[in-house]
Design a protein around this ligand. Structure first.
Ligand code: ASP
Ligand code: MG
Length: 408
């Protein structure tokens, strides 16, 4: 919601659902740009702002939204009531800036719904057991919405956003990318964790855990348009058993430039070596993504892993200062110009040759694969980041995702 006018449009859309006889709970996020503006002010004052105070500050954006939306609904003749997270309450742990929802009390909300009111609850925020305001991390109102929907036993959670659904890949990289009508929640989880930024990943986890069908759809359509059309638009994140699920071998291509690779050459190949290398990395609170250890030659082996690029410098320091002297590796080689490209699809469970088509496609483009990692429903490769767009485009085509009607 970028302006008063946009808030009035949201109110029209909500009123439409309400007038059709639905009980509606709305979970808005802050007005666009607002959270960035607030966090920017904090950083002008403190280099590393106090996490508790940051949450006190950042949570205000949503409080503005709920109050204005409630007023806009009342103006349309719809009874509405807004709540901050602590008033519901939405209980979280105390991890400021990245709190996790623990429970939601539905009593007050249910009473309002039963009194024919629309209830509006702040996204992104909650309250810990010391009554401190907490926030759920950037993009957290997606998670608030799915969690509230689950707590209320909603039929569906509709997430209106600035894109009209989930695409086979980012349309800015591949103009032929297509919107998917349906995606399984497991695929969505992979897409979100592999770099697609449509939904906050925790919201997808919630949708899976509570089996909450969740639809991503555009907030930019005519708010007074037909309900049936709205219900059929966007992308529905659903469950494999749903008969609407088509099983393509590959459903989407995800990618991320946030990768950096670190390699230790010629480490002694003996029990405990992975732990001696990755233990100090974990102790420094650095997340490791892909790991590859080679066959040993003459008692030594090469060991590579990737980390988030933001943690690259710290990881290099831990490796050279701590790990290398301790394990006796010949050399540390590092590269922060790599990226990860992944193909995702639940159909990979039942189709063979999917990974090999991926490797063939990359080789035809002359792209060298540096590392490979697989799970049941995805295959990821680490490649030089200058080839990222090329790889994504070639794979999108090779798996038939350019064609309406799906993939191989
Ligand atoms: N306002 C918060 C943010 O900008 C939460 C959200 O928009 O989902 O990250
Ligand atoms: Mg958002």
């Amino acid at each position: 919601m970028g302006s008063v006018e946009r808030i009035q449009n949201v109110a029209r859309r909500v009123a439409k659902w309400h007038q059709a006889g639905h009980q509606v709970v709305v979970v808005p996020s802050a007005m666009s740009g607002e959270t960035n503006r607030l966090l920017g002010m904090a950083r002008e004052i403190q280099k590393n702002p106090d996490p508790r105070e940051l949450d006190m500050l950042a949570s205000t954006g949503e409080q503005v939204s709920v109050a204005l939306l409630s007023m806009a609904l009342q103006e349309l003749g719809v009874a509405a009531r807004s709540y901050a997270g602590w008033q519901v309450p939405i209980r979280t742990d105390s991890a400021f800036n990245k709190a996790r929802i623990q429970s939601i009390d539905d009593a007050r909300v249910r009473a309002d719904l039963d009194a024919n009111k629309v209830v509006i609850i702040t996204g992104f925020q909650g309250v810990d057991d010391q009554n401190n305001i907490t926030t759920l991390g950037r993009g957290g109102s997606d998670t608030s919405a799915v969690a509230v929907a689950a707590a209320m036993g909603a039929v569906e959670c509709l997430i209106y956003t600035d894109v009209d659904g989930v695409y086979t890949t980012d349309p800015r990289v591949v103009p032929e990318a297509r919107r998917m009508n349906v995606i399984s929640f497991e695929e969505m989880l992979e897409m979100a964790s592999l770099g697609s930024k449509v939904l906050q990943i925790r919201s997808v986890e919630f949708a899976g855990r509570y089996r909450m069908p969740t639809r991503v759809l555009s907030s930019l359509t005519d708010p007074t348009g037909s309900l049936a059309e709205e219900m059929a638009s966007g992308t529905l994140i659903t469950f494999e058993e749903d008969e609407k699920m088509e099983t393509a071998a590959v459903s989407g291509i995800a990618f991320s430039r946030d990768e950096a690779k670190l390699t230790l050459l010629a480490v002694p190949d003996k029990p405990g070596i992975a732990h001696s290398i990755l233990g100090p990395i974990a102790a420094a609170n650095i997340d490791v993504d892909v790991i590859v250890q080679n066959q040993s030659v003459a008692g030594t082996t090469d060991f590579s892993f990737t980390v988030n690029r933001a943690e690259y410098n710290r990881a290099v320091e831990v490796l050279t200062k701590e790990v290398q002297p301790a394990v006796g590796a010949r050399e540390v080689v590092t590269d922060d110009k790599v990226c990860k490209v992944s193909i995702v699809g639940i159909g990979m469970r039942s189709h063979v040759g999917i990974a090999s088509l991926m490797f063939q496609t990359l080789s035809q483009e002359g792209i060298n694969i540096q590392m490979i990692s697989t799970s049941e429903i995805k295959t990821s490769v680490i490649i030089a980041d200058k080839y990222m767009e090329l790889a994504v485009r070639a794979l999108h085509k090779a798996f038939g995702l350019d064609q309406p009607g799906g993939s191989l």
